[in-house]
Design a protein around this ligand. Structure first.
Ligand code: N01
Length: 479
């Protein structure tokens, strides 16, 4: 038994929370999942070429070192299979409430509990853990005439597998990480592909390879090899990539590597110029891919940089004229600064989370919000990374929340103090100062006012230290 815990979402975060509760002998939890199965973003993103640009041995739980990864960078089916395996192996399945969307959660002050409302009714819980992720709501741009298009059109995260692209004229709008992955296979199938690029991205090579039988055997038989490999990738990301984002010594090296990659893969100087970003590397999420540029150089692919003016039944109209298309793919990203929305969260004194966050989402350690007792966030505000595995951050947060549970048992609902939040806000602002995301570029890391609400500005070992255990002085308790 233990506290009744409602977990919203069964992706990497929600499953991790469930597994740790299960391991602690707390079986009084429910995982609400609006989709038909576990997997989160890895269930939703099934576009051709979908995969992860963080090596599989790091993009997995530290406590479940899977030795069956077939390649360095896993494809979406492998990651989804890993998460399904974890749900089975750790006994999470009986706690899953699939196809059930949480509509609202309201803290009942008299009861000291949360009223969680789903499309199936209302239930009481002691604790709510949000694990909805930052990239779960597709962003569909409001382009004039959008609905007038005569053919199929869909978002990259809602891939329409019934639409066969073979021999068709395809338009892909967007050129971020999702577009970079789906463009090579789409170009292969299509008769012609137009890629509508509004802003070029920095791209560095992805040294992907299948693991040979020797490596596989080493991973299976010698856990130390696997641990050492994971550690090596982690340290590289911290030592080199993080330094670049913080404006350190490696920014120049990374930029040089990206420019060499562009030079090597794109012989045409005109196209190269259009693909060269004019902002510092890392300001937007760096694309890690080795197939993207070659696809853009194909004779049957055009990179269109003219401004899109409207969608018409025949295709996409730009400032330079009509580009005819049979299918439109929106690889236009996600509504990343909405966080928990559209779930209505109401804390003490009827405070609504949406109102508290009207100037930008924020949370103490990215986990707790003043006036919202016993509400904990996974992958919350300012905990996204531009350089390392988000699974690491999720594990830090889950450990922290597990550390809060004994306090709840002894002293009742706990709520972070506004002073602790204020001091956290100030330290974040200071740390944010030197980060490259502040440079003059638009990105999904920032809200409309230009505040970076999504990214963690420090090294991840620091975050791990800060979240090692809750500091009781930062909280107000009911008893
Ligand atoms: O989305 P994005 P994504 N007209 O927001 C363009 C993770 N991820 O789905 O740059 C024309 O990056 C927009 O243009 P601009 C990863 O963290 C990870 O590709 O705003 N274009 C941009 O080109 C990634 O960062 C993996 O000018 C419009 C694109 O659409 C995050 O998901 C794989 C437009 C959106 O790019 C999101 O990536 C895939 C408009 N009106 C994704 N509106 C891994 O491998 C938007 N765009 C781990």
């Amino acid at each position: 038994m233990g506290p009744a815990v409602a977990i919203i979402g069964a992706g990497f975060g929600g499953l991790c929370m469930a597994i740790r509760l299960q391991q602690a002998g707390i079986d009084s939890y429910t995982v609400f999942e609006k989709g038909h199965d576990v997997g989160g973003t890895w269930r939703d993103n099934t576009y051709p070429g979908a995969g992860c640009d963080i090596p599989s041995h790091l993009y997995s739980y530290s406590f479940e070192r899977y030795s069956s990864w077939t390649r360095r960078y896993p494809g979406q089916p492998e990651i989804l299979a890993y998460l399904e395996m974890c749900a089975d192996k750790y006994g999470v399945r009986p706690h899953l409430r699939l196809n059930t969307e949480v509509v609202s959660a309201a803290f009942d002050e008299a009861l000291g509990r949360w009223r969680v409302r789903t499309d199936g009714g209302e239930e009481l819980f002691d604790v709510v853990v949000s694990a909805v992720g930052q990239l779960n709501r597709p962003h569909l741009p409001e382009i004039p005439g959008g609905s007038s298009f005569a053919g199929p059109s869909f978002h990259s995260a809602r891939w329409d597998h019934a639409t066969d692209l073979t021999g068709r004229r395809v338009a892909v709008i967007g050129s971020g990480s999702s577009a970079a992955q789906l463009i090579p296979p789409v170009a292969e199938a299509a008769a012609h592909l137009d890629v509508f690029q509004r802003t070029p991205n920095w791209v560095i090579p992805k040294p992907d390879a299948a693991f040979g039988p020797l490596t596989q055997t080493a991973f299976h038989r010698v856990p130390l090899v696997q641990r050492a490999y994971r550690e090596w990738i982690y340290r590289y990301a911290e030592g080199t990539l993080y330094q670049a984002l913080a404006g350190g010594w490696s920014a120049g090296l990374l930029r040089k590597r990206a420019l060499e990659h562009l030079n090597d893969q794109v012989p045409d100087a005109g196209l190269r110029a259009r693909l060269t970003p004019d902002y510092p590397i890392g300001c937007k999420r760096v694309i890690i891919d080795s197939k993207f540029y070659p696809a853009l150089t194909r004779p049957d692919v055009d990179v269109v940089t003219d401004r899109i003016t409207r969608i018409v039944p025949e295709g996409v109209e730009t400032s330079a004229g009509l580009r005819e298309a049979d299918v439109i793919v929106y690889a236009t990203g996600f509504r990343t600064t909405d966080f928990l929305s559209p779930v209505e969260i109401t804390g003490r004194q009827g405070r609504r989370l949406g109102d508290e966050w009207k100037d930008g989402a924020e949370a103490y350690l990215g986990i707790a919000v003043p006036h919202f007792p016993n509400l904990f966030l996974l992958y919350g505000p300012n905990t996204n990374l531009g350089h390392n595995s988000i699974v690491f951050m999720i594990e830090c947060q889950v450990r922290y929340i597990m550390g809060c549970l004994p306090y709840l048992a002894d002293r009742g609902p706990m709520e972070v103090r506004p002073e602790a939040m204020e001091s956290w806000r100030r330290s974040l602002e200071r740390a944010m100062d030197g980060m490259v995301w502040q440079a003059g570029c638009a990105s999904w890391y920032k809200n409309a006012a230009g505040r970076v609400t999504n990214n963690w500005p420090g090294p991840t070992p620091l975050y791990r230290r800060l979240t090692r255990a809750p500091r009781p002085a930062a909280f107000r308790f009911a008893r």
